[in-house]
Write a protein that binds this ligand. Structure first.
Ligand SMILES: [Zn+2]
Length: 45
């Protein structure tokens, strides 16, 4: 599942919640961004 972060209040919002309304349930903000997911470490052999 994808999680977004609200640009205003910086709270995490699950993408499922945004599918209904693309509005932050906490502050009503409409700007979101994806927090960086865990960086994949690739080791070259
Ligand atoms: Zn918010």
């Amino acid at each position: 599942m994808v999680e977004y972060k609200c640009f205003k209040c910086e709270k995490k919002i699950k993408s499922a919640a945004l599918e209904k309304r693309f509005v932050c349930p906490n502050c009503g903000g409409k700007i979101f961004y994806k927090p960086r997911t865990k960086v994949k470490k690739i080791r070259a052999v």
